[in-house]
Design a binder for this molecule. Structure first.
Ligand code: ZN
Length: 441
């Protein structure tokens, strides 16, 4: 039969009191110290009916609901979640709805959690938009582009490259574009599993750190009104415990404040992005962006050149359509966001640009395919024709086959960039990408 927690505590206290009166304990009793450690076990009790889940998020399956006021055995911490044992079952509960049980633990006994304090990880921050690559050189494939100012976890060094972890992915970055921002080692108090009371921070703007359910009330019991995507700004209205009443997209509702981060109004605005011209050529890629207000519309000269090219291809029995030309910053934002939702960021980054980094925003990029093509994003008679002829009308195939490690984009036979006949011919004859031709990364 199992002893109740209370009995265990009492038993432990008896052992401790006993040890105080006998200075010289027989060895056998010394080694039987497991009951003392047992007494210092951290117990929590639920402050509300609380779901025990199979994992550390509300996404995970509910195993059972623990009634309010029940004791659970703390096992470990996982963000704002606790791994606990209750009624023979092990699962996860939100740490906001448990309170440390008042156990008179012997003061000298160390808690297991304090011993488990792990060495601090080394963190770096990107000082520019930075490619995470499959290997330690620019020859290697770009896995994704880490935005400027993001933290990455340092893993190891390889020459002037760092192996790092970012967003669940491991890869390599040039160490020239990161700075060490490792925080001071956490104090022992922090290693304790005791939930820290987050003082409801005052008014202001917050940003979601994950896709976040907005609910009709301040608990997961309430109906979901909508899911706010990660990274969106919400307006603080009031706080109820760990829940915030907020305003988002014209709606008012409740969200768990754990998934919000304060938007610092005092923080200086991001430095203005300026268009990059190299030898008079406007360069837009993953490293060189455009400000959001850069909105020239479709370039007239490029359109006229396209019309000429289309007329010429007609004679060869090919009808060309420009199915996407100028795209505004906001439109690109919508496109990119949808692609990320659909395919995930790493995949989306191979074929779609982040807002401000699309060449389409220049008005000089034309996506061209055959009129009536079922899949305009495919190799076709039209794209083959363009590959050999486009430069004579001032266009280059901007993202050629096998150059993803340089351009950052997979082969896009349909995406042409207008450079004017002279330069387009020079780039074409060089066999280089625009980046290589201009001598930039
Ligand atoms: Zn394109």
């Amino acid at each position: 039969m199992k002893l109740s927690s209370t009995r265990k505590v009492v038993w432990a206290l008896v052992v401790i009191l006993f040890s105080l009166f006998i200075a010289e304990l027989p060895l056998g009793l010394h080694s039987d110290s497991s009951s003392i450690v047992e007494a210092s076990k951290v117990d929590y009790h639920t402050t509300s009916n609380l779901n025990l889940r199979s994992g550390a998020s509300t996404k995970h399956k509910i195993l059972l609901t623990i009634p309010k006021g029940k004791k659970v055995d703390y096992l470990s911490k996982s963000g704002s979640w606790f791994k606990v044992k209750y009624n023979g079952k092990t699962g996860f509960v939100s740490s906001s709805y448990v309170k440390k049980a008042a156990v008179p633990a012997p003061s000298k006994t160390k808690t297991p959690a304090a011993k488990a304090a792990t060495p601090n990880k080394v963190e770096y921050q990107t000082t520019t938009n930075l490619n995470l690559r499959a290997g330690a050189s620019t020859k290697h494939k770009v896995l994704l582009t880490i935005p400027k100012g993001r933290k990455v976890d340092y893993v190891s060094k390889s020459g002037t490259w760092f192996k790092v972890k970012y967003s669940g992915k491991t890869g390599f970055v040039s160490s020239s574009y990161v700075k060490n921002v490792t925080a001071a080692a956490p104090s022992k108090a922090k290693a304790q599993p005791a939930p820290t009371k987050t003082a409801p921070t005052p008014k202001g703007e917050y940003q979601t750190t994950s896709n976040l359910n907005m609910r009709a009330g301040g608990s997961t019991k309430h109906k979901i009104l909508l899911t706010i995507p990660k990274g969106k700004k919400v307006e603080y209205v009031s706080a109820t415990g760990s829940w915030f009443q907020i305003k988002y997209s014209g709606k008012t509702g409740f969200v768990s404040s754990k998934y919000l981060t304060k938007v610092n109004a005092a923080a200086k605005p991001a430095p203005e992005v300026k268009p990059t011209h190299i030898n008079g050529v406007l360069l837009v890629n993953k490293a060189h962006g455009l400000p959001s207000h850069y909105a020239p519309g479709e370039n007239k000269e490029a359109r006229a050149a396209f019309n000429q090219m289309a007329a010429a291809s007609n004679k060869d029995g090919i009808k060309l359509t420009a199915f996407s030309t100028y795209r505004s910053y906001d439109y690109q934002k919508t496109l990119y966001t949808n692609y990320v939702k659909k395919d995930g960021q790493a995949a989306a980054d191979r074929y779609s640009a982040k807002p401000g980094h699309s060449e389409h925003q220049t008005g000089l990029a034309f996506d061209i395919s055959q009129t009536g093509a079922k899949n305009p994003f495919a190799e076709s008679k039209a794209t083959k024709w363009m590959e050999t002829n486009a430069h004579t009308y001032g266009f280059i195939v901007r993202y050629p086959k096998g150059k993803e490690h340089i351009t950052g984009y997979m082969y896009e036979p349909w995406h042409l960039r207008y450079l004017g006949v002279d330069l387009a011919t020079k780039v074409y004859n060089s066999g280089k990408t625009l980046e290589e031709y201009l001598g930039v990364k």
